[in-house]
Each structure stands twice: as C-alpha cells, then as structure tokens.
Design a protein around this ligand. Structure first.
Ligand code: FPP
Length: 254
C-alpha cells in the first residue's frame, strides 16, 4: 500500500515520481486554426506520445492522464465517438511501442459504459503490458474523483459489513485500499494545460498534498520542454506536508 500523505510524510525527490495531468485545450487549439475540435484531440494523442517518452527518460515512475471524465459524456455525440475511436486506435497501435519502452498500462474508471470491443482491448492491453515496471501509465477514462471515493466506500462495506454498524471505527486505512489507484503513490505533481485552474473531479482524494501547476499552453503544444519547465517549478516548491519551513530546514540539516 502506498503511503498516505495525511498519515505519514512521504519521501520527495527532485524528479516527481508520480505526475498527473489534465490534458486541456485540444478544442481551442483546433478552433484557433479553423479546424474541427476533433483535429485537436487527434493532435493531443501525439502530445501523449511525447510526454510518455519524456517521462520514461526522466525517471518518472507513474504518469496518470485524464483522457475522459465522467462528465465528458455531456459533449456532442460526434465528439464523444471520436474520442472513443481515438482511444480504440491508440490501444490497437501503441501497445507494442509501450512494451518496447517498458511501460505498463492501466486504465482506471468505470469501464461498464464502454462498448464491449473497447473493454476487451483495454483488458488485453493491460495483460500484454503487465510485466513492465519502468513507467506505469494510467489512463483515466470515464473516471471521476467522486465516483472513485464512492466505489471505494461500497467495496469497503462489502469487505467489512460490520463497519456500517460502527462508522466511528472507519479510518483511511479501511477506505484507501479500495481506491482505483491504491497501488500507486499519491501524485507529487499535477499539471493542467489550457489555462483553467481547477481539478475538475480528477483524483480528488489523491491530490490532497500534490503540487498544482497550471500552464496556459494548449495540450497539443505540450512536450518535453514544457514538461521540463513544470519539473523545474516543482523542484523549487517547498513540500511541507503540514510542517513549518523551520522544521523542514532542521530535518534536512540532520
Ligand atoms: C480536453 O480538451 C481534452 C479531452 C477531454 C480529451 C483528451 C484526449 C486526448 C488527448 C486524446 C486521447 C487520449 C489517449 C490517452 C488515447 P478540450 O476538448 O476540453 O479542449 P478545450 O477546453 O479547448 O475545449
């Protein structure tokens, strides 16, 4: 089980071990160029490739990408189907390359609403990359942070029905193992492209002590140089996890 940032102080390193990204701005990137919004999503897939490669080279162990939120079903139907098609294509075309790069793929979210073909491609890609350990790439699809907490709570009560009668006994250690990404440490660095400054129902539990980085760049323009700028910003953050600056200085002097 990964360390909880509210229960213990996790070790931090110069390169974030877990990076979580909201890939925003695909639509605006395309609209600026008088292209359909869907062209922005297609270009966004290229940015995904660049960032996966760059994270692997820089020693990031976990990369989590928000590809489709529980709320994205509200988009026009043709945009939703294009996003599903891109997802299918990426799974069909990229798994060999992910294997070459030592990338283990995880898809997190409620898969039940996806068409059976997509569900079986996801299952197959996860099995085919399961032996890799260099970089864990998690794609959040039909994912919502509140859905995650609720499904964890249901799973917890199925495992420990007695807790329903004594809710005062419930603590993090009961709930956290049932969260979708219980096997990963909490994100060190969150990046959101596209200029908006919100979490948008991403990993609401896991982002409790994550450093939040916002950039105006649109996702299709994001790549290794932009990732390095975010890492440089991250290196200069003082991660106190509730302590004072003085305590931090004393701890590092010891
Ligand atoms: C947000 O931009 C982006 C999305 C909702 C989808 C992200 C999907 C991809 C990058 C492609 C598929 C990814 C994988 C992993 C295969 P937006 O449409 O909200 O942009 P806007 O805010 O400018 O309208």
């Amino acid at each position: 089980m990964a360390i909880s940032s509210t229960q213990a102080i996790p070790a931090t390193q110069a390169v974030p071990q877990h990076v979580a990204i909201i890939m925003d701005g695909n639509g605006r990137w395309a609209t600026r160029r008088h292209l359909p919004r869907t062209a922005g999503h297609a270009k966004g897939v290229q940015a995904v490739r660049r960032v996966v490669e760059a994270c692997g080279r820089r020693g990031v162990r976990y990369l989590t990408l928000f590809a489709f939120s529980s709320e994205n079903w509200r988009r026009p139907p043709e945009e939703v189907s294009l996003l599903m098609r891109l997802f299918v294509q990426a799974l069909e075309r990229e798994v060999d390359k992910l294997n070459e790069q030592g990338v283990r793929l995880h898809v997190v979210g409620d898969m039940s609403r996806f068409e059976p073909r997509l569900q079986s491609l996801i299952a197959d890609a996860q099995v085919r990359t399961a032996h890799n350990d260099r970089l864990h790439l998690s794609v959040a699809a039909n994912y919502g942070g509140r859905w995650d907490v609720l499904q964890a709570m249901r799973a917890m009560l199925i495992q420990h029905p007695d807790l329903a009668r004594e809710p005062q006994r419930i603590d993090e250690s009961h709930l956290a193992p049932h969260l979708s990404m219980a096997w990963a440490p909490e994100p060190d660095l969150f990046i959101r492209t596209g200029g908006e400054q919100r979490i948008s129902n991403f990993l609401v539990w896991q982002l409790a002590y994550t450093e939040l980085y916002f950039t105006d760049q649109y996702w299709p323009d994001f790549g290794a140089a932009e990732l390095d700028a975010a890492f440089e910003w991250y290196r200069n953050r003082e991660r106190r996890f509730g302590r004072t600056s003085e305590q931090l200085r004393n701890d590092s002097a010891q």
